[in-house]
Design a protein around this ligand. Structure first.
Ligand SMILES: Nc1ncnc2c1ncn2[C@@H]1O[C@H](COP(=O)(O)OP(=O)(O)OP(=O)(O)O)[C@@H](O)[C@H]1O
Ligand SMILES: [Mg+2]
Length: 332
């Protein structure tokens, strides 16, 4: 049985079409990440799956059941938001137990499920604290715990880490990946952070302007993007795009990832460095080509390059991508 099926989902707010013909099938236990620029419809799609928004047209199936008109509480989902909205007057235990109490679960079940969730999330020693006495990361773990205790068929996360600092984001990201392995549950996770997308997803769904641009595993999308948008969206620094006239077909664009450019005395691209970023593990060079285009070169390790140095760049054609005038991938 599939975990989730979206069939031709459309959503409009008044005259504005926000979701356009969304089709997607999620298998049980899959970790799916929705990525895309701000305003592309990620949250709207997640809220439509949750039942917090009604689709204008289309069909939603969760665990084989048609839930298109089912209220949120009966869809078998649990949602974790960016703003964790805990009850300030309840302690951690009370916050995690509340949903089960309201659903009329018996005391022993509630105690057991809260204890299990607290152990999974390393919250055992905080059970008697109130939200105000916790760090942001701990509060977010309580919000995740509140979802776990409900044993949903499908977890929905909307940017749960974006209020956390970089170190905590990374730690919590690892926690969520571990939790997914332990629970074996199906998860849909919205982010605009491509590192989160690449590291968490079994499959990534790239959205743009309310449409699905491409669906695939992180490496499929990275190595074999369907179009220039996906190619440019995944990867940091981003893929370089060159108006390919001297290098390829007229009207086409050549795409080369920064790590696939090499620096030498000879090469098909000549230019001067305009900026050098020393990151310790990597060195990024910004190079302005003779044609006036800027490219980023990513070198592994530390290199003594300076600003305003004349350089030649080259690449292995197997690592070059071609795109037509509409941004679609040219395959040859
Ligand atoms: N209730 C609403 N009424 C009208 N327009 C809305 C409503 N909710 C969202 N929108 C519009 O729908 C579009 C998609 O919004 P959505 O919140 O889904 O984007 P998002 O991809 O989650 O963006 P972000 O990364 O900024 O969270 C936006 O243009 C937004 O302005
Ligand atoms: Mg959003």
């Amino acid at each position: 049985m599939t975990a989730l099926v979206l069939e031709s989902i459309n959503k409009s707010f008044g005259s504005v079409d926000v979701l356009k013909d969304i089709n997607l099938t999620v298998e049980p236990g899959e970790f799916i990440v929705f990525v895309g620029p701000s305003g592309c419809g990620k949250s709207t799609l997640l809220r439509t799956i949750a039942g917090l928004e009604d689709a204008t047209s289309g069909r939603i199936m969760i665990g084989g059941r048609d839930v298109t008109t089912t209220p949120p509480a009966k869809r078998g989902i649990a949602m974790v938001f960016q703003s964790y909205a805990l009850y300030p007057h309840l302690d951690v235990e009370g916050n995690m137990a509340l949903g089960l109490k309201q659903a009329g679960e018996d005391k022993a079940t509630i105690t057991a499920r809260v204890a299990t969730a607290a152990r999974m999330l390393s919250l055992e020693s905080y059970l008697k604290r109130r939200p105000a006495e916790l760090s942001g990361g701990q509060r977010q773990r309580v919000a995740i715990g509140r979802a776990i205790v409900r044993k949903p068929e499908l977890f929905l996360f909307d940017e749960p880490l974006s209020n956390l600092d970089a170190a905590l984001r990374m730690a919590t990201r690892v926690e969520i990946a571990r939790l997914h392995r332990e629970l074996g549950a199906s998860m849909i996770y919205v982010t605009h952070d491509q590192t989160e997308a690449m590291t968490l997803a079994d499959r990534i769904v790239v959205l743009r302007d309310g449409r699905i641009e491409q669906v695939g595993s992180p490496m499929e999308l990275y190595n074999d993007p369907a179009n220039q948008f996906v190619a440019g969206f995944l990867g940091a620094p981003s893929m370089n795009f060159l108006a390919a006239a001297p290098l390829g077909a007229p009207g086409a664009t050549l795409g080369i990832r920064p790590e696939h450019l090499r620096v030498g005395k000879e090469g098909r691209i000549r230019g001067r460095t305009t900026h050098v970023e020393r990151l310790g593990g990597d060195t990024n060079l910004l190079v302005t080509t003779e044609a006036g285009e800027t490219v980023t070169v990513r070198l592994f390790g530390q290199h003594p390059h300076q600003v305003d140095e004349a350089l030649a760049l080259d690449f292995d054609p197997r690592h070059a991508y071609g795109f037509d005038g509409k941004g679609q991938r040219l395959r040859s």
